[in-house]
Design a protein around this ligand. Structure first.
Ligand code: ADP
Ligand code: MN
Ligand code: MN
Ligand code: MN
Ligand code: MN
Length: 359
């Protein structure tokens, strides 16, 4: 845990003077990858001209023994660029580069869940999968306790905080606004934000995104959140149940539709999908996040982890069919089981597999 006596000496005003210096035509490319603990890591490479296609981005590597992604005696892990976005921090022609991780023997790294998901998305491209993820998270102070909560104590009971407005009801709106704008600048398909039920907990939505874009955009949005919060000296937690007891957990509700569910009479396709989901509840839970059993208790707007259920407008089930979808007889459904720390590639991958079959 970070020492509380550490003095922060960063000076944004001073920094701006240097950020405005001419780059002399060189580009800074921030290579971002997913580590062994559900976090993101990044390092920077100078390029010699602006990038117009992902194929122009060179492969790179990092020391996997320093991130628990490779053994010390065979430590090189390769970074393969798969997407790039305008960099909201350095701006100009500078970019953020999302990478897949590959081992020296030519196989995907153990923590590269994108490779398999992408194969599933490509095989089933004709199904027209769209996803929309609701990312919940908690803001923590450097002491690890929710930001703005009394030290070692608790705020008043839940009620005033969800979509709250006003002092004592919401915390760190500055970080939330900064992150929202950074996502928009980067071209992340962020579709909204709201303050959550537990104070210092927030949500943002990304989507609808087709196929593999969902995981790509969500991972880049997570990187941006950690990176923005770093400038404010606040920690981001994706723990599914950061505070035990009568405090809501944090999820990653996953909304799903296909050509068939969006077509006239698409409720039939949704009902058919529910049968398939029911048969694979255990397999889904296995990839829906670490520590999710603390969250999926059947209380606090969750379903029970041991039992699959679904229903129209039911926020206590595994899957909810929105009221409007039932009314329109077509649309999408919401898988409410994934925890806030789940990997979006694993979530969207298993959903495609369950609805369409494996590779
Ligand atoms: P909730 O009422 O569950 O809090 P939100 O408004 O937070 O709902 O999130 C709804 C999500 O559903 C958004 O991420 C949005 O992108 C997604 N969504 C909307 N329509 C579709 C669709 N047709 N297919 C997939 N996702 C969708
Ligand atoms: Mn070195
Ligand atoms: Mn929501
Ligand atoms: Mn929510
Ligand atoms: Mn939801």
């Amino acid at each position: 845990m970070a020492s509380e006596s550490a003095t922060v000496i960063s000076n944004t005003g001073n920094l701006m003077k240097y950020m405005n210096l001419d780059q002399r035509g060189r580009i800074q490319a921030e290579y971002v990858w997913i580590d062994a603990n559900g976090g993101t890591r990044s390092k920077t490479k100078t390029l010699f001209k602006p990038v117009t296609s992902v194929d122009e981005l060179p492969e790179w590597n990092f020391d996997g023994s320093s991130t628990s992604q490779a053994p010390g005696d065979n430590s090189d892990v390769y970074l393969r660029p798969v997407a790039y976005y305008p960099d909201p921090f350095r701006q100009g022609d500078n970019i953020l580069v999302l990478c897949e991780t590959w081992d020296a023997d030519g196989s995907p790294n153990k923590y590269n869940y994108r490779h398999e998901a992408n194969r599933l998305m490509e095989t089933n491209a004709h199904e027209g999968f769209w996803f929309g993820l609701e990312q919940e998270y908690t803001l923590l102070g450097t002491d690890g306790w929710p930001y703005g909560w009394p030290r070692g104590g608790f705020p008043g009971a839940q009620g005033p905080y969800y979509c709250g407005v006003g002092t004592g009801k919401v915390y760190c709106r500055d970080i939330v606004e900064a992150h929202y704008r950074a996502c928009l600048y980067a071209g992340i398909n962020i579709s909204g934000i709201n303050a959550e039920v537990m104070p210092s907990q927030w949500e943002y939505q990304v989507g609808p995104c087709p196929g593999i874009d969902m995981g790509d955009h969500l991972w880049m949005s997570r990187f941006l959140l950690h990176r923005v919060a770093e400038e404010f000296g606040v920690r981001i937690s994706f723990e599914p149940k950061p505070i035990k007891g009568e405090w809501n957990g944090a999820g990653l509700h996953s909304n799903v539709s296909t050509n068939a569910t969006r077509a006239e009479g698409g409720m039939k396709a949704i009902e058919a999908a529910m049968k398939k989901f029911e048969a694979r509840h255990v397999e889904h839970i296995a990839v829906y996040g670490e520590g999710n059993e603390e969250r999926l208790t059947g209380r606090h707007e969750t379903g029970n982890i041991d039992k699959f259920s679904y229903g129209v407008a039911d926020r206590g089930g595994s899957i909810r069919i929105p009221r409007q979808v039932a009314k329109d007889n077509k649309g999408y459904f919401e898988d409410r089981r994934p925890a806030s720390n789940a990997d979006p590639y694993q979530i969207t991958g298993i959903i495609v597999e369950t609805m369409c079959g494996g590779l």
